[in-house]
Design a binder for this molecule. Structure first.
Ligand SMILES: Nc1ncnc2c1ncn2[C@@H]1O[C@H](COP(=O)(O)OP(=O)(O)OP(=O)(O)O)[C@@H](O)[C@H]1O
Ligand SMILES: O=P(O)(O)OC[C@H]1O[C@H](OP(=O)(O)OP(=O)(O)O)[C@H](O)[C@@H]1O
Ligand SMILES: O=C(O)c1cccnc1
Ligand SMILES: [Mg+2]
Length: 549
């Protein structure tokens, strides 16, 4: 049995009751009208890309599949529904609810981590109308934030560049525990390298990274004694009896070095104690937050004194974190100091020590740093990333497109809100240069587009916008991820690392003008000529003709 092989959702709060009341009232009305088993098709899609961009990353699919694979309404929940719905609701309905599962539901979806575009279904859900209706809210809940935050992460990756290390530091600012865990998971999927969130790292196998806080530095007083036991060199062959003294020797050497002299005099001794103490605790991975007192006059020289003492015993320091001030300027000053130390004392690699920047970073500040010129290797990003401060929601919707094999349309005064009817197949067509050129929707019974065969692609709502395309490659977007007991083979749910790789690879494959922050070019989304005609036939059919007075 397929349902037994797939674990339940990560968050145990994700149950059939994690929904809006109206899904159950509609289920009752479908049942009462003996319509509940009618075969239906719903599309899950969004209408506008978030963050003023022209692309979105699809995420949340695995959690949806875990949800339906385990969909059962338990006795306590049935009792709660019975007391919540009007007393006129018949007992037999609750018997019906007790018996439902998703064995007669099928889900076709775009692969998780894919770059996706407005109007193209991310998921196509087929099954008895009352059951599929019950999936609307939980699916939207599982996909909307996941895709939004994955897109936010991807956008930070695009602006930071491939070579930068991106650390997600958002748990403390996230919207509650699920917001925090989900953000860590989907930021990784969207291209971050690591998280500071220990629980998320354990749950999903995300690399775990971190530095230390200002509290650690300010907890030391200049008069504190450092508890020091002799410590061993990295090769285990020598022992250092007086590491504190060695650090002081190095600080004096730095102070006496002509090329470094101008930048600092006496440094903060309590900060030096904090760094020394941290180095003794983590000699192979010494990182220091250098902005507690004064980056240039204290933090950097203190860090270098400790790093050089470690170097004498074969340990390579990890680097620094800057968490305030002008990050472009301070990173350049830090790099200049590191390079001077490398040159003066002949310590290979010292000039390349990792500089991490944090403090209220977002796409805009990273872009500003790029414009100014900086020496940051790694960004730690929290609030703006995980809360999706620039845009708090993605507007995925779940619309009926077919019932009893009849196509259905939802009209709106606003053309962008008119739904695209009928059970559809979706394809990505690639052009001569290897870039994806257009996403094409067709009816399921139409012949699919073929490589090197010219096909007309039409804007679904604008008669004038149409173009022929001779694809060099065709990729079908919607694949079966849940087939219930229909026997249709289904796709495997890949591990998160594979999903992340797909996301990065697809972003790299996209034409750069779709990715740019300012005035990006919209990607083309179209329908076949046949589907275009059907949309407009149904539109005319369903729209009442007005009477002029
Ligand atoms: N070179 C830069 N260009 C653009 N923005 C920057 C640059 N350096 C830092 N920033 C951003 O400017 C803001 C500075 O924050 P703020 O004015 O609160 O000062 P601060 O550096 O945090 O000072 P403190 O913590 O010492 O009070 C942060 O959002 C940071 O990301
Ligand atoms: O700035 P964010 O992108 O949210 O990244 C996380 C922040 O959290 C930590 O400090 P915290 O904000 O708790 O204190 P601070 O503002 O005094 O540095 C850290 O030093 C970062 O600044
Ligand atoms: O490890 C860090 O440096 C960190 C973690 C969370 C928030 N701010 C910083
Ligand atoms: Mg802060």
């Amino acid at each position: 049995m397929e349902a037994e092989k797939i674990q339940g959702p990560t968050n145990p709060m994700v149950t059939p009751l994690l929904t809006d009341l109206y899904q159950f009232t509609m289920a009752y009305a479908y049942w009462k009208g003996n319509k509940h088993s009618e075969p239906s098709v719903f599309d899950l899609f969004f209408r506008t890309n978030p963050f003023g961009g022209e692309y979105t990353i699809f995420a949340g699919l695995e959690e949806c599949i875990r949800f339906i694979a385990n969909f059962r309404i338990g006795e306590e929940d049935i009792a709660f529904l019975r007391q919540s719905l009007p007393p006129t609701c018949e007992d037999a309905f609750f018997e019906y609810l007790r018996g439902i599962d998703c064995s007669n539901v099928q889900v076709y979806a775009v692969a998780e981590g894919s770059v996706v575009f407005p109007k193209v279904p991310l998921m196509r859900i087929e099954g008895p109308v009352a059951v599929v209706q019950l999936l609307e809210t939980p699916f939207l809940n599982l996909v909307n934030f996941a895709s939004l935050v994955a897109t936010n992460a991807a956008r930070h990756r695009v602006v930071a560049g491939e070579s930068k290390l991106l650390l997600e530091f958002g748990l403390r600012r996230a919207q509650g525990p699920d917001g925090g865990i989900s953000a860590s998971k989907y930021c990784y999927m969207g291209g971050f390298d690591a998280t500071s969130n220990v629980a998320a790292a354990k749950l999903f196998g995300i690399p775990l990274r971190g530095t230390h806080s200002h509290a650690f530095v300010s907890s030391f007083m200049s008069t504190d004694e450092i508890v020091h036991k002799p410590f061993c060199s990295s090769d285990g062959l020598t022992t250092c009896e007086d590491f504190v003294g060695l650090v002081q020797i190095w600080l004096k050497k730095l102070q006496c070095t002509e090329s470094l002299r101008a930048s600092f005099g006496e440094t903060n001794q309590s900060e030096l104690k904090a760094f020394t103490s941290y180095a003794l605790a983590f000699p192979s991975n010494f990182l220091a937050l250098v902005d507690t007192y004064d980056v240039v006059r204290s933090g950097i020289p203190n860090f270098c004194a400790v790093a050089l003492a470690l170097n004498d015993f074969g340990y390579k320091a990890g680097g620094i974190r800057l968490d305030s001030g002008d990050l472009a300027y301070l990173s350049r000053e830090s790099r200049r100091f590191f390079c001077a130390v490398e040159k003066e004392f002949g310590v290979p690699g010292f000039g390349k020590l990792c500089i991490t920047a944090s403090n209220d970073l977002n796409e805009k500040t990273i872009d500003a740093l790029n414009q100014q010129g900086h020496e940051v290797d790694s960004y730690g990003i929290g609030t703006n990333l995980v809360t999706c401060y620039a845009q708090p929601a993605l507007g995925c919707v779940f619309k009926l497109v077919e019932i009893n094999k009849q196509p259905r349309i939802k009209l709106s005064e606003n053309v962008s809100k008119v739904s695209i009817p009928c059970k559809k197949r979706c394809f990505r067509l690639f052009g001569k240069e290897g870039y994806p050129s257009v996403d094409l929707m067709t009816g399921v019974n139409e012949p699919p587009p073929k490589v090197s065969e010219r096909i007309l692609c039409r804007d679904p709502f604008n008669e004038c916008k149409r173009a022929y395309m001779e694809p060099q490659r065709v990729e079908e977007l919607l694949k079966c991820y849940w087939s219930g007991d229909s026997g249709t083979p289904r796709e495997e749910l890949p591990p998160i690392k594979k999903i992340r790789d797909r996301c990065i690879q697809q972003l790299n494959q996209l034409r750069p003008d779709h990715l740019r922050r300012v005035e990006p070019t919209p990607y083309k989304v179209s329908v076949s000529a046949k589907l275009y005609d059907l949309i407009h036939f149904l539109w005319l059919n369903e729209a009442p003709i007005g009477e002029l007075q």
